[in-house]
Write a protein that binds this ligand. Structure first.
Ligand code: F6P
Length: 321
């Protein structure tokens, strides 16, 4: 391998810059050239390539977002788009790819890697933590810390006004941001798509909750079947005496300086991604499972996680009383 192309694609996540830095510096360490591809698969098709050196990734480990920018590309889902992408890689002497992203990125990479003779390795970059084959994705730790920072602040005002707050968090169709951050903020209840929300049960819990407790926080994953708006309306109707508010955290969850955990994860996986290519691997996502580097074929990495960890769910039930 002489020249590795690196791109970030899909929703950005804190730690993507640390991941790019690791891929660039590891490639240079092994005397391989690196080319940055702007705007994900869009830039691959549009030939938006920039040569990278040690300096291009200086002073970025601490920055949120991605210096290579990102996009969701419809064109890459067409045969012509992928052919153009391949032709551009050949033309520029790029003979391997590292793609940093989530489900959509790996689905595209899987098709591409099978159609053409370009080895592709993926690094899990998404706040959602919804990939199989890694305990944590790059960005998840920062995102859940952003959520607990925000909800701690909401708790202050909830406590002062004796209010019930419903806080909706991101995660697409996964409840993993909600579950972990919900435990972290001591939420009274957590609503996630992986477990069916029994509204009557929730009402019972709210009604039988400690009367001396001034504030209540319910964390709802955006992918939950009921969702923030609806559950707020139902609670308002059932408990007209509660002072109830809805807060949707939105895109602040995607920004900010990456946590140390995300920087280290990104750094480790970047080294592993380049070394995987050197060892002849392709169509795999590199992840960390039980502290060890783990390779998962793209098609398995994107399989849907339908169950949340029952041990965490149990903790919510015990501690939220
Ligand atoms: O996949 C990351 C994510 O932030 C999800 O949690 C969320 O559903 C989605 O992206 C939002 O996408 P967009 O930035 O396109 O609104």
């Amino acid at each position: 391998i002489k020249n590795i192309g690196v791109l970030t694609s899909g929703g950005d996540s804190p730690g993507m810059n640390a991941a790019i830095r690791s891929v660039v510096r590891t490639s240079l360490y092994y005397d391989i050239q690196v080319t940055g591809i702007m705007r994900g698969f869009e830039g691959l098709i549009g030939e938006e390539f920039i040569p990278m050196n040690r300096k291009s990734v200086a002073n970025i480990i601490q920055r949120g977002g991605t210096i290579l920018k990102t996009a969701r590309s419809d064109a890459f889902y067409t045969k012509e788009g992928r052919q153009k992408a391949y032709d551009n890689l050949k033309k520029n002497g790029i003979d391997a790819l590292v793609v940093i992203g989530g489900e959509g990125t790996f689905t595209g990479a899987n098709i591409f890697g099978k159609e053409f003779d370009i080895p592709v390795i993926g690094m899990p970059g998404t706040i959602d933590n919804d990939l199989i084959g890694t305990d944590f994705t790059i960005g998840y730790d920062t995102a859940i810390n952003t959520v607990i920072d925000a909800v701690d602040k909401i708790r202050d005002t909830a406590e002062s006004h004796d209010r019930l707050f419903i806080v909706e968090v991101m995660g697409k169709d996964s409840g993993l941001i909600a579950l972990r951050s919900g435990i972290g903020v001591g939420a009274e209840a957590i609503l996630i798509p992986e477990s069916r929300t029994d509204v009557d049960q929730l009402f019972k819990r709210l009604a039988s909750g400690r009367k001396d407790k001034a504030s209540k926080i319910i964390i709802v994953a955006e992918g939950d079947e009921i969702g923030g708006f609806e559950i707020t309306e139902l609670i308002k109707e059932k408990f007209p005496n509660y002072d109830t508010r809805l807060s949707i955290l939105g895109h602040i969850q995607r920004g900010g300086r990456p946590s140390c955990m995300d920087r280290v994860l990104a750094s480790r996986l970047g080294v592993a991604a380049v070394e995987a290519l050197l060892n002849g691997q392709k169509n795999m996502m590199v992840g960390l499972v039980n502290h060890n580097i783990h390779y998962t074929p793209f098609y398995n990495a994107v399989k849907h996680l339908s169950e949340a960890d029952p041990r965490l769910l149990k903790i919510v039930n015990i501690l939220s009383l």
